[in-house]
Design a binder for this molecule. Structure first.
Ligand code: 13P
Length: 235
């Protein structure tokens, strides 16, 4: 399974190094065979050799150039980073990235062979508008995306479940993952208020190939517990 931590705008560079070191030791000491990804803040990116894969939360669709405030492939290459998160709801809804921008970014990093964790998910008002409207909205987030890309991982993260403590019911997660699996055979993660208390149940669901965890992953011991659950399930 794939267990991913999105650290967002949290932890300093030193704290991130400590976090990844502790995580790495845990994976090695416990012979963890799951795929573990960590997305630190930009300023905390570093080369890491080991079983933890470090990815970028964002980068611009460029090698380098005049894009103030952004980083490009050259800055990722310095740390041997070949994994990127694209389409996270905070980038779509807070930063204002459009589907067009995301497609451009997706294609740029796809051409370079990056592992791409591509996020989709609906805001509350869309969910409340009913199933068809919700699927229509999510389908638009697949537009322009090569769903057969071999290094693609999709993360379904309902916007209203991110950082709120709310989650869809387990039945709802199974149902929507079933529909999303029809759009792409890529591994499909669930994200949105996954914590130690619900991770085991979520990981065990049909159609769930892993989890993308935000706030609860900031505690390395919590994140390790979730990895342990995945290891025991051994799906
Ligand atoms: P929370 O786990 O804090 O809800 O965040 C989920 C998320 O956005 C992961 O990308």
């Amino acid at each position: 399974m794939i267990i991913a931590a999105n650290l967002k705008t949290n932890l300093t560079r030193l704290k991130t190094i400590k976090y990844i070191d502790e995580l790495e030791s845990f994976l090695q000491q416990n012979n963890i065979s799951q795929e573990v990804l960590v997305f630190p803040a930009m300023s905390s990116l570093n080369q890491h050799i080991g079983n933890v894969t470090v990815g970028a939360q964002n980068a611009y669709a460029t090698k380098n150039g005049a894009f103030t405030g952004e980083i490009g492939e050259e800055q990722l290459e310095e740390f041997s980073i070949k994994t990127i998160l694209i389409g996270h709801s905070e980038r779509r809804h807070v930063i204002g990235e459009t589907q067009e921008m995301l497609v451009k970014k997706f294609n740029f990093y796809k051409e370079l062979g990056y592992k791409i964790v591509y996020c989709v998910g609906e805001p509350l008002e869309v969910r409340e508008a009913g199933h068809d409207k919700m699927m229509e909205y999510i389908s638009k987030q697949y537009e322009g995306i090569d769903t057969n890309y071999e290094n693609l991982i999709i993360a379904y993260e309902p916007v209203w479940a991110i950082g709120t403590g709310l989650t869809p019911t387990l039945e709802d997660i199974v149902a929507i993952h079933k529909e999303l699996k029809e759009k792409s055979h890529a591994p499909l993660l669930y994200g949105g208020s996954v914590k130690v208390t619900n991770a085991k149940n979520v990981l065990a669901l049909d159609g769930v190939d892993g989890i993308l965890v935000g706030s609860a992953a900031l505690y390395v011991d919590h994140f390790c517990t979730m990895i342990e659950y995945a290891q025991k399930l051994n799906k």
